[in-house]
Design a protein around this ligand. Structure first.
Ligand SMILES: CC(C)(COP(=O)(O)OP(=O)(O)OC[C@H]1O[C@@H](n2cnc3c(N)ncnc32)[C@H](O)[C@@H]1OP(=O)(O)O)[C@@H](O)C(=O)NCCC(=O)NCCS
Length: 209
């Protein structure tokens, strides 16, 4: 089978179809537009960033930033500037953007999978990225945690994701955040790399959160 065929069968083309079918537009909970201000950064081995990080829902005006950052950090895996731009049109309401002192520095994108194919409500983390010069400051961890919190508030029980077998930075972020490897998917990416499928069970959100 040609790579194109494999890609269509196993990889990102199917993901886009799933996202479109899932109708993620309705995922945003009431009150989500309320701004979330996060002061300081997560403790840990990564050095603390000096400024204040703000995480807010994405707006259509963030598309260019998301496209450019994706093209930069995911180019080894395929034409992800274009791919993630397409996803963004479907899942803008469940995309979060991190700002440091007003400057966009990262984003995280999730989508809900249609419940007819899954016994429980399952969320897929489609992409997470931090500007290269702002990495290792705890921003990725903050974005991930915020995306998980919102998913739990929507009643989602599990979150899963794919990341390249060779992407040690991402694997560290995910494994340190409680994700386990469930499977290896061969030739998952358009450029042919294998992916790890990782998942995490989400704790129910506390009442009234
Ligand atoms: C993966 C990514 C989002 C992490 O963002 P980040 O802001 O640098 O991550 P954090 O600073 O929050 O670090 C989280 C943990 O991962 C570790 N980590 C992050 N980058 C690392 C690297 N390059 N090498 C080793 N460990 C790394 C940190 O030390 C930290 O560990 P800790 O939990 O022990 O403190 C970022 O590297 C990135 O944008 N990469 C390109 C895009 C990508 O690959 N996305 C993931 C696939 S969807």
């Amino acid at each position: 089978m040609s790579r194109r065929g494999r890609f269509g069968k196993y990889g990102e083309v199917k993901r886009l179809e799933r996202i479109r079918r899932s109708g993620s537009k309705s995922l945003l909970p009431k009150g989500w537009h309320t701004k979330t201000w996060l002061h300081g950064l997560m403790p840990g081995r990564a050095p603390r960033a000096k400024g204040r990080i703000r995480i807010r829902p994405a707006r259509s005006s963030d598309e260019e930033f998301i496209k450019e950052l994706s093209a930069k950090v995911f180019s080894a895996y395929g034409p992800y500037g274009e791919i993630i731009s397409q996803w963004f049109k479907s899942v803008m309401p469940t995309t979060l953007v991190a700002l440091m002192e007003g400057e966009r520095v990262g984003f995280v994108m999730t989508g809900l999978l249609s419940s007819d194919r899954f016994a429980e409500v399952v969320c897929e983390l489609l992409a997470i990225a931090v500007k290269p010069e702002k990495q290792m400051h705890g921003i990725g961890k903050m974005l991930l945690k915020e995306a998980e919190k919102k998913a739990a508030r929507l009643g989602e029980k599990k979150i899963f994701l794919h990341t390249a077998v060779g992407n040690t930075a991402a694997q560290k972020l995910f494994s340190n955040s409680g994700y386990y490897c469930e499977a290896i998917k061969k030739n998952f990416y358009p450029s042919g790399q294998d992916a790890l499928m990782m998942s995490k069970s989400l704790k129910p959100a506390p009442q009234g959160s």
